[in-house]
Design a protein. Sequence first.
Length: 344
Amino acid sequence: MTTLHDVTLIPGDGIGPEITRTTLDILEAAGAPIIWRECIGGVTAMETVGEPLPQATLESIEATGVALKGPLTTPIGSGFRSVNVALRKHFDLFANVRPAVTILPAARYPDVDLVIVRENTEGLYAGIEHFIGMENDPRAIAESVMLITRYGSQRIVRFAFEYALAHGRRLVTLVHKANILKYTQGLFLEVGREVAAEYEGRVEFDDKIVDATAMQLALDPYRFDVIVTENMFGDILSDQVAGLIGGLGFAPGANLGERAAIFEAVHGSAPDIAGQGIANPTSLLLASCLMLDHLGEAPVAARVRAALQRTLDEGAARTRDLGGSAGTVEFGDAVIERMERPTS
Ligand code: NAD
């Protein structure tokens, strides 16, 4: 008998509900054995229940341990703090795994296949920031603290090495800025080297300064395999890497901790195209494949990836971000048409 998995579903804001609907239709066609527990978050939750991260949503993720999340809007500068960051903190989702694989035919960089492992709870995203007033200006100075701990550095670098071993990857590159930020980035590098020594002979290791990494990713992304880095560098580099493989529409992410796993698209809620039915659902669909792998449903994930690849290879449907004219639903239907039927 098939085991059914309980999964929390947060459709999200902006284009979230549109790409979520299509993703769910595709997963159903693939025979994904999932019972969805739908919850709200972000602006949608603010408007309906007056808080961006309702207790019911937290309780649902506590209970299921797994969530698929559409993008959530964060007001810029003022307003409520990022719900994405709050979720990472609440569930201590310390590892953000972002694979970047070229699946688009005729992409500028064919055959890219690398993974960014981003520390998800520390650095400049720790939320330690304040204004310092001077004379009549209460906001004369703004200060954000970059928090790096030995514990946090050890567990993310160890995670990257364990990931490399589990996925047959050969090289872990630690990315830092220890030449300038000698304390914070220096500690990250020092701890990274210590952890790397435990894996000597099993996984290769090198380290690189973040600015040089950004340039080398553009010149020769093939020299990278697994990149492990702190929070903000990981955020920026994963968007850069998404650009190499065809844009944010192709970049999924997994936020992993001991108690929960939340899967999402790397892109945001795209308010500029929300409600028009033209968003590319691929990133959320690929995130759902990572989720299926996590749930032990790799054959279902493989069916979805194969149908998606056939759709792209045949040029059967292309959304506007890829120069086509297909809408979100039309693209999803093309994937479903190319789905190998599940064996029951
Ligand atoms: P964005 O990723 O939403 O959009 C950047 C550009 O990419 C836009 O032109 C948009 O139209 C396009 N785009 C994004 N996803 C697309 C898709 N699936 N198909 C086609 N085009 C797509 O970034 P932004 O505009 O900086 O952020 C908008 C909101 O999303 C902000 O409130 C931000 O805080 C939030 N955000 C949320 C997450 C998340 O929930 N994980 C991540 C990033 C940004």
